[in-house]
Design a protein around this ligand. Structure first.
Ligand SMILES: Nc1ncnc2c1ncn2[C@@H]1O[C@H](COP(=O)(O)OP(=O)(O)O)[C@@H](O)[C@H]1O
Ligand SMILES: N[C@@H](CCOP(=O)(O)O)C(=O)O
Length: 337
């Protein structure tokens, strides 16, 4: 019998104009306590934390173990190698824009890597995560840690064919199990030490797929240029110290996803329009966290006051929220024995 713990942080993706490009890991961790026996046997899963009433414990229906089984299949292993007990503790809110699905996919790939001693690097594990999540921003930040920029490389026709099955088809063994290779790249970006992330978490769920479905299939040139200009400056501005509150506020604005998603998140437009460094001392930038509904604010102090202003605006829209003040999780995903 041997045991270990897998630890995966949450994430906040996009950071305004960096849609599908930028993400930061957050110090809220999902953990898997894994016990592996020397005997052949089944995998038994238990779960506590957010969404306990909805997360399936059937290993063929749970996203973590489905992902692990997908990675094992890609290595011609078609069941858990030996009797395994997995206890999940998950404080990452599900369906709120804090990367819970990405963290679950990462946990599943790391689990397979440990169970079958695949000796995959973090970047090699990301190839499998990207076959499930299909945008790199949240998952690259959770896996690698810190403030991260990333991209998916252009795929060949045969590789596009491998991506044809949906993520759920891949997870339910209806898809190809050809090992993906070199799917994406990343760079870790500088982070100013005085910056903290304040996340205000509305109590309703918004699935990422729903929030992606309302986005247009094409954009005007001015809107693309608007985001490119801000994205270019944002990657530097968040690493400069002392921070420039007004600059960060301006370069965290977006025209690619937030305007279209505001219809799904009552209060978002008001918060983005009304809250500035002038109206809220300590506030730098403010944006939708991932696909929402959580809102991310980057600030240097007065966190409680900033949070309370957002909570009140949401309450005026009949939405109750909780909030957390967090630092980036610079280590990313890890395994401890
Ligand atoms: N720890 C977990 N274990 C199993 N499934 C999970 C876990 N975390 C997330 N999921 C799955 O991912 C879904 C949320 O994914 P998504 O809509 O992308 O929202 P998010 O913004 O939280 O990533 C959940 O409804 C659940 O099906
Ligand atoms: N770029 C994606 C990010 C989704 O992040 P999540 O935390 O909501 O899964 C998007 O905005 O759709």
């Amino acid at each position: 019998m041997h045991q270990y713990q897998i630890k995966v942080p949450a994430s906040s993706a996009n950071i305004g104009p960096g849609f599908d490009v930028l993400g930061m890991s957050l110090e809220v961790y999902m953990t898997l306590d894994v016990q592996v026996s020397d005997e052949k046997g089944h995998c038994v899963l238990s779960y506590e934390g957010d969404g306990a009433e909805e997360v399936p414990l059937d290993i063929h229906k749970n996203m973590i173990t489905q992902t692990a089984l997908y990675v094992l299949r890609c290595h011609n292993i078609h069941e858990f190698p030996s009797a395994t007990k997995i206890h999940v503790k998950n404080p990452i809110p599900l369906g709120r824009g804090m990367g819970s699905s990405g963290s679950a996919a990462i946990a599943g790939v790391v689990l397979a890597n440990e169970l079958a001693h695949l000796q995959l690097s973090k970047l090699q594990m990301m190839d499998y995560v990207l076959m499930i999540e299909r945008h790199p921003d949240n998952v690259m930040a959770s896996m690698m840690g810190g403030f991260v920029g990333s991209f998916l490389r252009e795929l060949s026709d045969t590789e596009k064919e491998a991506m044809l099955p949906s993520a759920s088809d891949l997870l339910t063994n209806k898809g190809f199990s050809r090992p993906p290779v070199n799917m994406g790249r990343y760079t870790t970006l500088p982070w100013a030490p005085e910056l903290k992330a304040l996340v205000v978490i509305p109590q309703f769920h918004l699935s990422t797929s729903k929030a992606r479905s309302v986005l247009p299939s094409s954009y005007t040139k001015p809107d693309v240029i608007y985001n490119l200009q801000r994205l270019a400056l944002l990657t530097t501005a968040l690493g400069q110290t002392p921070v420039n509150h007004q600059l960060i506020h301006e370069v965290m604005k977006d025209k690619v996803h937030q305007p279209y998603r505001s219809q799904l998140i009552p209060g978002l437009q008001t918060i983005l329009a009304q809250m500035t460094p002038e109206s809220q001392p300590g506030l730098c930038g403010i944006c939708l966290s991932g696909a929402g509904p959580t809102i991310l604010s980057l600030a240097t102090d007065h966190y409680e006051e900033i949070a309370q202003t957002m909570v009140n605006i949401f309450r005026q829209n009949n939405v109750e929220c909780s909030y957390l003040v967090l630092s980036p999780a610079f280590e990313g995903a890890s395994v401890s024995y």
